[in-house]
Ligand binder design. Structure first.
Ligand code: F3S
Length: 61
């Protein structure tokens, strides 16, 4: 499962980068995004989705 960040909702809290640092990064806009070379192996996707305080993370595809 791939993930995506809705930048219209993200508030830059950085929780996702702590939970799944292999997938998420903070970007130049101050918001989270999915890395170009995201490695989903170590990331529990449901944990990232459930812990974003503004529900900005969702399945991508
Ligand atoms: Fe943004 Fe949610 Fe991550 S608010 S920084 S996508 S935990």
């Amino acid at each position: 499962m791939k993930l995506k960040v809705n930048k219209n909702l993200c508030n830059g809290c950085e929780v996702c980068t702590e939970i799944c640092p292999s997938v998420f990064e903070m970007q130049e806009d101050g918001l989270a995004g999915v890395k170009d070379n995201a490695d989903y192996g170590p990331c529990v996707a449901s944990e990232a989705i459930d812990n974003c305080p503004v529900e900005a993370i969702s399945k991508d595809g």
